[in-house]
Design a protein. Structure first.
Length: 416
């Protein structure tokens, strides 16, 4: 059986019919619709002869045993956000099935090939993303917080997991799954506008951005809006406003795709007749290079001190969350680029702004690469999410070539 990329598009449409409605995909993890999608996947893969197993974190594995237990993994997530798109996560899974079909039809592969459907990548119901992959990677360290998480209907996360056969206390046992992993491949929609603006269907993902998130609190003095002269004010919002504009300049100076966002400012007392006493500003900064990210943060802090002095107010920084940049494997980046060039003639290297399961697997020390296919209008997490069908087909062909190259490499002793 030869690779049939058109079948992937047809399979994706079938999944959309089965698990979506007029508002989009409804495959939220730990729900009946999600379970129906997993059941559908089970049936789809059965014809390849790959053997199914579900690990301690609820990840669904399909294993095609090869000449060696060393395994090349192809991974994605069938869960979606509520009212989500038809391709986010599901594309990698369904394209992976097509690759398994092609490999199975050619007899036993040189090394083991495994398709993994990660559980709860989106974190849509409980607000914790990358659940299954972080358990398998061994980086899940927040069990105590996870135990406290409650969804909108008051159901606790451990109960929701138990309803799908997963015991939170045992989730980290999923680590055993990566023991034989030699390499990890993930195809994903870009979810951004870069490839479309370049007119290029496929891209090689260099890695995922490092992230620095901070709460910046500005403190001035509340004072009457009518009786306080302009030169006597200590306006906390003035500091936040200056910084919101300055970070554009800082990101531009940093270059290389660096981004800075002032995602929100909450002012107190927040009434029309008072100068702002405190302004709490949320800041998100991202870059692929750890040194550049650190410099960008340092420059932003220095600017905030300057603005505080100019406005006679105080400024205080508090870290909310951070993660280091995760760079993908050089050899696999090369294979990915070759595969794309072979199917389409031109490849572009770009970083990923969003985190993906691939970042968790890479952090666990498994050589990893991702491939992006163009997203129309850069939209995702909405029913408007879309990709041209001919581009989806190119993506399946390129993933298949990437898988072949990677299997050959691992068979010769490459990978982990
Ligand atoms: Zn995704």
């Amino acid at each position: 059986m030869a690779l049939d990329p058109q079948r992937t598009v047809a399979d994706l449409k079938e999944l959309r019919e089965l698990t979506g409605d007029e508002n989009g995909a409804q495959r939220v993890a730990w729900t009946d619709t999600w379970e129906r999608a997993r059941e559908w996947l089970r049936t789809l893969v059965a014809e390849t002869g790959a053997v199914e197993s579900v690990d301690a974190a609820g990840n669904q594995w399909f294993t095609l045993a090869g000449g060696s237990t060393q395994a090349v993994l192809i991974g994605g997530h069938i869960d979606s956000v509520p009212n989500g798109g038809w391709l986010d996560g599901a594309l990698n899974i369904v394209a992976g099935v097509e690759v398994l079909r092609r490999i199975a039809a050619q007899g036993q592969p040189a090394v083991t090939v495994r398709l993994v459907n990660w559980a709860d990548e989106e974190g849509a119901r409980f607000g914790r993303s990358l659940f299954g992959s972080s358990a398998a990677a061994g980086s899940m360290a927040d069990q105590d917080e996870l135990r406290q998480l409650v969804d909108r209907d008051g159901t606790r996360l451990p109960e929701a997991l138990a309803a799908h056969g997963v015991d939170l206390d045992r989730a980290l046992d999923a680590r055993a799954e990566l023991e034989t992993a030699a390499a990890y491949l993930e195809l994903h929609i870009e979810q951004g506008p870069v490839l479309e603006s370049l007119g290029i269907p496929l891209g090689v993902v260099q890695g995922t951005f490092g992230v620095e998130r901070h709460r910046v609190t500005w403190r001035g003095q509340a004072a009457h809006a009518g009786s306080t002269p302009m030169d006597k004010r200590r306006d906390a919002l003035a500091g936040a406003a200056k910084l919101a504009l300055e970070i554009r300049e800082i990101a531009r100076r940093t270059g290389g795709g660096a981004v800075c966002t002032s995602g929100g400012v909450v002012c107190k007392p927040g009434i029309v007749t008072s100068v702002v006493e405190t302004a709490e500003q949320l800041l998100d900064q991202r870059d692929l290079d750890a040194r550049r990210l650190a410099t960008m943060l340092a420059e932003t802090k220095a600017s905030s001190e300057r603005f505080a002095a100019e406005e006679s107010i105080d400024v205080e920084w508090e870290k909310i969350w951070s993660i280091e940049p995760i760079l993908f494997d050089e050899t696999l980046l090369g294979f990915c680029e070759e595969a794309i060039v072979e199917v389409d003639g031109v490849a572009h290297r770009l970083p990923s702004g969003p985190l993906h399961d691939a970042a968790e697997v890479a952090r666990a020390g498994v050589p990893t690469v991702m491939m992006f296919v163009q997203s129309l209008r850069g939209l995702s997490h909405t029913k408007l999410e879309d990709t041209r069908e001919d581009h989806l087909e190119l993506a399946v062909s390129a993933l298949d070539l990437l898988a072949s190259k990677t299997i050959g490499w691992v068979a010769e002793g490459g990978g982990r």
